[in-house]
Design a protein around this ligand. Structure first.
Ligand code: NI
Length: 175
């Protein structure tokens, strides 16, 4: 298994609309194993394929950030079937280092996806796992968590992202 480099904003791959997986072969298994390793190494609670430069509908989520090996979820061609409630919590993204903000999302989700062998399954998630799944599924459509912000939070995100797009040297001291 390999720790892959994580693509960072404004890398255009983060805006790609990813295509569904049709080949459930060894390449997919290798990609998912590397993504899990990369997520745990970061450490993060989720990672989507475009974050490692692959435009496929694949995401991994581990709300325990590596503490419980059984907690890793592999989501291939995932879809949200239903949501309930609403919740606001602090969120960040491995592709936008050093920026966090409060994001409002549904509190729980029901998801349909396929596993590494292509078998369809459904799962329910709440709390951090639900948030991570929604965040990662957004990545598969080129949506970043900062796109979910409104008002003052959105303004803060925009000025932060502007600096990432055109880094300037720090302003020299003085009045
Ligand atoms: Ni992210």
């Amino acid at each position: 298994m390999t720790v892959l480099p994580i693509r960072q904003y404004p890398d255009p791959v983060l805006r790609a609309r990813c295509t569904p997986v049709v080949d459930f072969g060894p390449d997919l298994r290798r990609l998912v194993e590397d993504m899990i390793q990369t997520m745990h190494d970061a450490p993060g609670v989720g990672l989507a394929a475009p974050q490692v430069g692959v435009e496929l509908r694949v995401a991994v989520v581990d709300a325990t950030a590596g503490v419980d090996p059984g907690a890793v979820r592999v989501l291939v061609n995932p879809e949200i079937l239903d949501t309930a409630g609403v919740d606001t919590e602090t969120e960040g993204c491995l592709s936008i280092p050093d920026f966090t903000e409060q994001v409002t999302r549904p509190a729980s989700v029901r998801v349909a996806a396929r596993d590494l062998e292509g078998r369809a399954y459904e799962m329910d998630a709440d709390e951090l796992e639900a948030r991570a799944i929604q965040h990662e599924l957004d990545h598969l459509d080129g949506i970043l968590f900062v796109d979910r912000l409104r008002g003052l939070r959105r303004q803060r995100a925009r000025s932060f992202l502007r600096r990432l797009r055109s880094p300037e040297p720090a302003v020299a001291g003085g009045n």
